[in-house]
Every structure is written in C-alpha cells, then in structure tokens.
Design a protein around this ligand. Structure first.
Ligand SMILES: [Fe+2]
Length: 247
C-alpha cells in the first residue's frame, strides 16, 4: 500500500524517519550567533515530571505507538539546537520534554485533574541530539492549568548528567507577565530566551504550528536527586538524531 496523508500509521512511520529532514530549514549554524549566546536560565522541574514513563517515549507526542487516534489540540512542531557556552553544538545530548494535554492535565498519576486526561496524548518525549545538536518533537501547543501560564518543561542531559532543567513559554501570551515561575528570571535577555513564538505553518490545512527553542547549557551537572524514572529516561536506548527505538 502506498503511504497517504490519510493513513495515520503510514504518517507516523514517515514522521519518525523524516523528522529532522523536514525541519532542517529551521536550523542555523553558530558563528556571529555565538557571540550573542545567552545561557538558558534554569527553571524548576515542578511536581509533574512523569512518575511512570509512558509506553511510548519517542519524539511524537501526538500518537502513542501505532495508535490511530491523535491527541486533541493544536499540533506544534517544536525544534531547536542545543549549544554549549562556546556556541558549539552539543551532540548526543538527551532532550526531554513533558507538558499538559489540551485539557491542562499531565500524565503524572498525582495530577488532581487526571480524570480529564486525553489518553491519546503521550505527555512526555525524548530525543538524542545529532551532530549539529538538533532535536525535534511533534507535540501540542500547551494550555493553562492551575495558576500557570502555558509552558513546556524541558530537560537536557549530557554524559549521563542532567545539565539543565527549564521551561519554555509562548510569546505573546498575556499571562506570561505575572506567572510566578517565569517571573523568577529577572535578567531580560535570559527571560527573552525562554519565551518563543508559536507560529502558524504556511499552507498547513490543519493549522499546525512551528516553534523553535534553542538551548545553551553549561557543563556543570545540576545534580538533581535522580530516581529510577529519571535514570531510565536519560539512559534508555536512543540513537542520535532519530528519536529512539520503541522499548
Ligand atoms: Fe508545568
């Protein structure tokens, strides 16, 4: 059978294969850019890092394994590059994201809103950066929950150490102004670096969005109190630039 856009399983296979190819146009190379680097500010991990990893931990959060029912919400192609403080791409870094579904619910078992969970949303994904430090996720535009302005949690690990925990935000979101977590970042350039545009993709009939979040990390491990879930997430089987094999 020839793959078609109407076949979700075919779409998913092509997605996993073409994830980086399709987003290559978004990437730049360091150079003059390196002189303007702003170290990505650390933000709290919060209480909802998954207490149990989902069955699927790849970089497509919209479909779980070979499911045919996509998560509900505004599909967003989130991509970027991870750099060190010299502006060199950080290869083989594990980028993890976790966020709420379109109902404002995390996959965490103690989320008080869990009765409203969209069970088709993966809620968590990870990606091993390629030689240019690139990563890519297909996920949802985050929504409000509780007192928080919309955000996506992001963690970066390198050489088996967590080197950054942060959150990224939607540019133009009115509630960014008084969000208590975002407001902890006082430096204007640092604050600006974690607020990113979510822009409509031209000619996308489904209204999909594109967002780019470049990340600059130091080499000093954060030394969080790692538990089994975090170690499994970081050290699970991954291949550079291609998400990960199902396990
Ligand atoms: Fe959160």
């Amino acid at each position: 059978m020839q793959p078609t856009d109407s076949c979700p399983i075919c779409h998913r296979r092509r997605f996993l294969r073409q994830a980086l190819l399709g987003s290559a146009a978004f990437f730049t190379v360091p150079g003059a850019f390196a002189e303007q680097l702003v170290r990505t500010p650390r933000q709290t991990e919060g209480p909802y890092y998954p207490d149990q990893l989902p069955l699927d931990t790849d970089n497509d959060l919209i479909l779980i394994n070979d499911g045919i029912t996509p998560a509900v919400g505004e599909i967003t192609h989130l991509s970027g590059q991870v750099f060190d403080l010299k502006g060199e791409p950080l290869r083989n870094a594990v980028v993890e994201i976790w966020q709420v579904d379109n109902n404002g619910v995390y996959i965490h078992s103690r989320d008080p809103r869990k009765a409203a969970l969209d069970t088709n949303f993966q809620g968590y994904g990870r990606f091993l950066t390629d030689w240019k430090g690139r990563y890519y996720f297909r996920t949802l535009k985050p929504v409000h929950y509780s007192f928080r302005t919309p955000h996506i949690h992001v963690a970066v690990s390198h050489n088996s150490k967590r080197v950054l925990t942060t959150q990224c935000y939607i540019k133009g979101e009115p509630d960014n102004v008084d969000d208590p977590i975002l407001s902890r970042v006082k430096d204007p350039r640092a604050r600006e670096s974690i607020i990113i545009p979510f822009e409509p993709i031209a000619r996308s009939e489904a209204g999909e969005l594109s967002a780019r979040f470049d990340i600059v990390v130091g080499h000093t491990p954060e030394d969080p109190k790692e538990d089994t879930v975090r170690r499994r997430a970081r050290d699970g089987r991954l291949r550079p630039g291609g998400g990960n094999r199902p396990d």
